[in-house]
Design a protein around this ligand. Sequence first.
Ligand code: HEM
Length: 176
Amino acid sequence: MSLNVALLRETFERAKVENGGATALGMSFYSRLFEKYPSVRPLFSTPPEEQHKKLLASIASIVAAVEKPDMLLPFLHAMGIRHLKYKTENAHYGAVAENLVAVLAEHLSKEGEWTDEMRVTWEAAMKTVSDIMIEAADNPAKFQAELTAAGFEPNGFKKNDPRPWVLEGELAKSAH
Ligand code: HEM
């Protein structure tokens, strides 16, 4: 897949500063998700005020590592396996992807442009991320060696790291 990485990064950087920034984007994500797909609401016990920070940190990690499959694949496989605990179903991924692209479109349209190419780029990125997470959720045993090598437990969590949704590189970046 030839993903427009520059456009993915550029639009994510814009999303963090425009129209109320990442908090506004994250809160819109959950309010639209729960309104449009009410059946997923009971799966969430963490309030949107906290949950959106995790979602945005995971997306920042994905965007940062998009050209580093050695880091990104175990990170996404672990995340897919963790979602089994949250009772996520494969069919939910399309809804979450549709929802993210829709809120991003609205968010970025407020102060600047949102083009078809941006939409295609984000749809492709979300489809790839979803496929990778689902593949691991469907067959966790197949990914155990990879997870162990990357420091994850068999259930996709990390023993000494309460934030397994943040990739080390992204953590280092946000620390300065
Ligand atoms: C693009 C795919 C997705 C990404 C990047 C993502 C990201 C995250 C992150 C970072 C967390 C925090 C906990 C953790 O990492 O273990 C989380 C938790 C969760 N996600 Fe996702 N997720 C995705 C897809 C989905 C889907 C399709 C569903 C189904 C509705 C879902 C439902 C949940 C639930 C229920 C939790 C736990 C919330 C709680 O603590 O109450 N996620 N997700």
